[in-house]
Write a protein that binds this ligand. Sequence first.
Ligand code: NAI
Ligand code: MG
Length: 332
Amino acid sequence: MATKITVFKGDGIGPEITDAVLEILDKAGAGLSCEIFPVGEAEYERNGALIPEAGLASFENTRVLLKSPITTPVGKGFRSLNVTLRTKYDLYANIRPAKSNQAVKTPFPHVDLVTFRENTEDLYVGVEKEIDADTVHAIKIITREKSERICRAAFRYAAAHGRKKVTCVHKANIMKLSDGLFRSVFYEVAKEFPSIEADDKMVDAACMMLVMHPEVFDIMVMPNLYGDIVSDLTSGLIGGLGLLPSSNLGDTMAMFEAVHGSAPDIAGKNIANPTAFLWSACMMLEHIGQNETAKNIRRAVDETLAAGKTLTPDIGGTATTEAYTKAVIERL
Ligand code: NAI
Ligand code: MG
């Protein structure tokens, strides 16, 4: 029986990579019944809302959302749609796996790490206050409850995937109370998982280590803002944003998206790399129990990348999005 999912077709390269991914899912025989909604700037111009009510209602019903990137309008008083979705539906665990692919040349052939980013608090609560014309205060919120559930999610994932170590990334030497709480909760949760190694690193030192010896990292867990920045860094280690998928999991709802944005600089040129979004779709298939289909797609992508003939420009090739998509489909 087909699983109902909701699909948001966003801005910029969003529509192109959505078409590519939906075609591959279809040709791979994924058992999906998709409710597709245009979202983002164009939808706003048409109907005055970035996401149509029917799209939200669909997600509340299907509980699984495949979401392509959306442009965050600048200076119009908008809150990022992503932040809104993550908060509204309490999608608290943002999971971003970065793995080297031998077909994509980088200085780091042995990266295999996963970032767990807390998705609902920290400076991202967006509470900023103008004290006077020249002074702004922003509030950073860290709670025991939310630190505990993201740390537990990271350790559970480590246990389920045969991973050896979880590293807490923080700045507790400066943010003594807030990051200090996150770090101490991390070590409390670690006690529940004695077979998994637990350590911690300051976020600045972690960044240095990541660009020198990324292979020492396994699972990393951290507050929201560090997770945003560090996970983009990890995408650079493996060859760019076009290769970094993600899932945003709550207790009952889940959203799957590429880490990258709407890439307006290359939109409409048929050169966007759909791989990150496709791997996000594979994470979605695994989430709904269609593991075999996900495996088939992952293999077809690996073979296409290894063949090297139809790589998109961001990873050193000259192929179009369409040519790459076709090459993946031929290998299914
Ligand atoms: P971006 O991720 O869209 O682009 C950064 C650079 O990476 C650009 O040079 C772009 O061409 C390249 N790139 C990104 N994805 C690619 C792909 N799949 N294939 C090939 N090249 C790719 O970040 P930027 O430019 O800072 O943001 C653009 C817009 O996207 C902004 O409005 C931002 O708010 C929004 N955004 C949305 C996200 C989402 O919906 N999840 C996440 C991040 C940004
Ligand atoms: Mg980001």
